[in-house]
Design a protein around this ligand. Structure first.
Ligand SMILES: O=C(O)CCC(=O)C(=O)O
Ligand SMILES: [Fe+2]
Length: 338
């Protein structure tokens, strides 16, 4: 059976730019999901990250809880199965969230709440090899994302560096290592339907299928392809392109009983302080840019920090309650109502 989503080779951005951009534009305008090869991430790094991830998830629960996210106002650390919430329901997955390793910002009264997002990670001391591997993955992922952003810029008939000032030198670098237990242990919703808030998501799935993409009200399977990232457009690109590019809703089903599913999801996003630029598209494209989707359950914000924080507060109500009890949605509701 052929794949529902195209396979793009990133090397063609240099060797066959016109052809690559035509394929990218087509992929971006249809589902906003594609597979990416020619990305340059070495096999050994992938093997190390998955073997270290598995070793972490195999640790006794008490050890994993030593780095639980509730200890971090920056939404870093371990989340137990069933603790993360999507569309109001628990996700049947356990994970560690990492971000860019930076010191927490000095906060003053009246500072915007998103300034609390920056800070250090929580690394498991039992697995010293995990940290350098994740940091290498983040660095390579930023390079891939930067190249993709340049490609999207040209595809949108913009200056090639139009996103650079919103991304570099200190992009948002959220990365999750995730384990989905098999059905029968409470599973079903591995991860509920959602959009990602970043520019583009670079997802690597170890081997199990389960990811599904919404197309015209139906769910289309996006199984892993060996050697390829699954790439999808995030809300920041939807906002920048006034909806010409769409962040597509997707979800993950729990694997069958007796199996589990590991993935590494990297969400390179705009720098926290920036306003996501609203691009002036040429007329030929602008008529198809009908504005970002207006969804009362998922307001989109041009302020990158507000948009990133929205997703974190909604997904981790326990962390939100502990460190962000003072934060309210623009409508005046508590943040949990986002
Ligand atoms: O694990 C996956 O396959 C995708 C996870 C995902 O969509 C997310 O965490 O945003
Ligand atoms: Fe996602």
């Amino acid at each position: 059976m052929s794949n529902a989503f195209p396979i793009l080779d990133l090397r063609r951005f240099d060797s066959d730019r016109a052809g690559f951009l035509a394929d990218l534009r087509e992929a971006a305008r249809t589902d906003g999901f594609f597979y990416l090869v020619g990305h340059g991430v070495p096999d050994e790094l992938i093997t190390t990250v998955f073997s270290q991830s598995r070793a972490f998830f195999d640790l006794p629960e008490a050890a994993k809880l030593g780095i639980e996210m509730i200890h971090s106002p920056h939404f870093r650390g371990y989340t137990r199965t069933g603790r993360e919430i999507t569309r109001g329901k628990p996700d049947w997955r356990e994970q560690i969230d990492f971000g860019a390793e930076r010191p927490a910002l000095r906060l003053q009264a009246g500072d915007p709440a998103w300034r609390r997002l920056q800070g250090p990670n929580q690394w498991p001391t039992e697995l010293p090899e995990l940290r350098p591997a994740i940091e290498t993955w983040q660095a390579l992922g930023v390079g891939i994302a930067h190249k993709l952003l340049r490609a999207f810029a040209v595809a949108l008939e913009q200056p090639e560096d139009v996103f650079d000032a919103s991304f570099l030198p200190d992009p948002t670098q959220q990365l999750k290592i995730i384990r989905y237990p098999g059905q029968g242990q409470g599973g079903g919703q591995g991860c509920g339907a959602h959009k990602d808030s970043c520019f583009v998501t670079l997802l690597w799935v170890e081997r199990e299928p389960g990811l599904q993409v919404e197309r015209d009200g139906r769910w289309i399977d996006a199984p892993p392809i060996p050697g390829a990232f699954v790439v999808n457009i995030g809300e920041a690109l939807e906002l920048a392109s006034n909806g010409y590019l769409r962040a597509t809703v997707h979800r993950v089903l729990s694997p069958p009983a007796g199996r589990d599913r590991l993935s590494v999801a990297f969400f390179p996003g705009p720098r926290l302080g920036v306003t996501i630029p609203l691009l002036q598209l040429p007329d030929a494209l602008a008529w198809q840019a009908t504005g970002p989707e207006s969804d009362p359950h998922n307001p989109l914000f041009y302020n990158a920090g507000d948009n990133a924080l929205k997703g974190r507060l909604r997904s981790h109500p326990d962390v939100a309650a502990r460190y962000y009890a003072d934060v309210h949605a623009p409508t005046g509701e508590p943040a949990s109502a986002y």
